[in-house]
Write a protein that binds this ligand. Structure first.
Ligand code: UTP
Length: 302
């Protein structure tokens, strides 16, 4: 494989948020462990990171959220029991997360913002890592593989590359919206150059319909930028402020517009469709689920 496509060693996974939109479940269960069919969101992210060729998952956790790391550790008693009962398929499932990638815990004592969380991961990077990926575990970007496209764009245009979705105009107020211009790019992907970003603008003020989603390919320069910014919206250190600073300082920042779908696992309204989508695609549960869903839809007059 071409070398630049293997450039990311570390994927940073910020998972120290409070998960308030998913209460009461998140009183005791970190939202990253909620299952999509039978697999926790964090394992889907680990799978995506491993497919990218990354070897390290830097998971930013809150002091009371260590269970997320536990998911990657061996479970000797359970594994022995399953093995002695010949339950090979279940044994494979128990071992899968740990075999994908090597997780490293980075503790964020207080939820001081996504920018703060990402900044903490610098401590676990090797000196030769000049680029990192950030994957927000709330966000399923499908089909997977967008970071590979982003690496191609970085290889051509340098700097940092972000993933964007094109949303209807009246939905932009929910997101970080990109202010864009045409990029000097002739390749196969849908690429724009970023001039700036506006966090959750009113519909009239949105500079485009291209919005940020949870995949970032960031030049190591981001860590200097994160040290320079001050708390922004909500008193938190915002990753978007550090990206804006990079742009001001002349670093190239581009977006790849993703042609596909996304699920927001961070709130029940996005999580339920994700489970239905994955459930319908599942060879074991899909056929029955299809029937049941039809009946449920009818019952609800839909
Ligand atoms: P969100 O704001 O979507 O997550 O942050 P949250 O704070 O957990 O959710 P709500 O709003 O209370 O329901 C985006 C991502 O950044 C992480 C979160 O864990 C999530 O993956 N994050 C956010 C941190 O790791 N640390 C922070 O200080 C803030």
């Amino acid at each position: 494989m071409t070398d630049f496509l293997r450039a990311v060693k570390t994927v940073i996974v910020p998972a120290a948020g409070l998960g308030t939109r998913f209460l009461p479940a998140t009183k005791t269960v970190p939202k990253e462990l909620l299952p999509v069919v039978d697999t926790p969101g964090i394992e889907l992210i680990a799978q995506e990171a491993a497919a990218l060729g990354a070897t390290r998952l830097a998971i930013i956790t809150a002091p009371n959220k260590q269970e997320v790391l536990e998911h990657f550790k061996p479970c000797p008693e359970l594994e022995e029991t399953l093995a002695s009962r010949g339950k090979e398929e279940q044994l494979r499932k128990v071992r899968r997360a740990g075999s994908l990638i090597s997780p490293v815990a980075v503790e964020q004592e207080k939820p001081l913002g996504l920018g703060h969380a990402v900044g903490l991961a610098e401590a676990v990077l090797d000196e030769d890592e000049d680029v990192v990926a950030v994957m927000l575990p709330d966000d399923l970007v499908l089909p997977t593989g967008v970071l590979e496209k982003m690496l191609e764009v970085r290889n051509e245009l340098g700097g940092s590359v972000l993933c964007a979705f094109d949303v209807p105009e009246d939905e932009t107020y929910n997101y970080g919206v990109f202010d864009i211009e045409e990029a000097e790019y002739q390749g196969p992907h849908h690429v724009k150059k970023v001039r700036g970003m506006v966090e959750k603008p009113s519909v009239e003020d949105a500079p485009s319909t291209f919005v940020a989603t949870g995949r970032y390919l960031l030049d190591r320069a981001i860590f200097d930028a994160l040290r320079q910014i001050t708390p922004g919206a909500g008193g938190e250190l915002q990753l978007t402020d550090a990206i804006s600073l990079l742009i001001e300082q002349g670093h190239p920042v581009h977006i790849v517009v993703h042609e596909g779908k996304r699920h927001d696992l961070g709130n029940p309204g996005g999580y339920i469709p994700a489970v239905v989508d994955f459930g319908l695609a599942d060879p074991v549960y899909g056929p029955h689920l299809k029937k049941v869903l039809r009946a449920i839809l009818e019952e609800h007059g839909a």
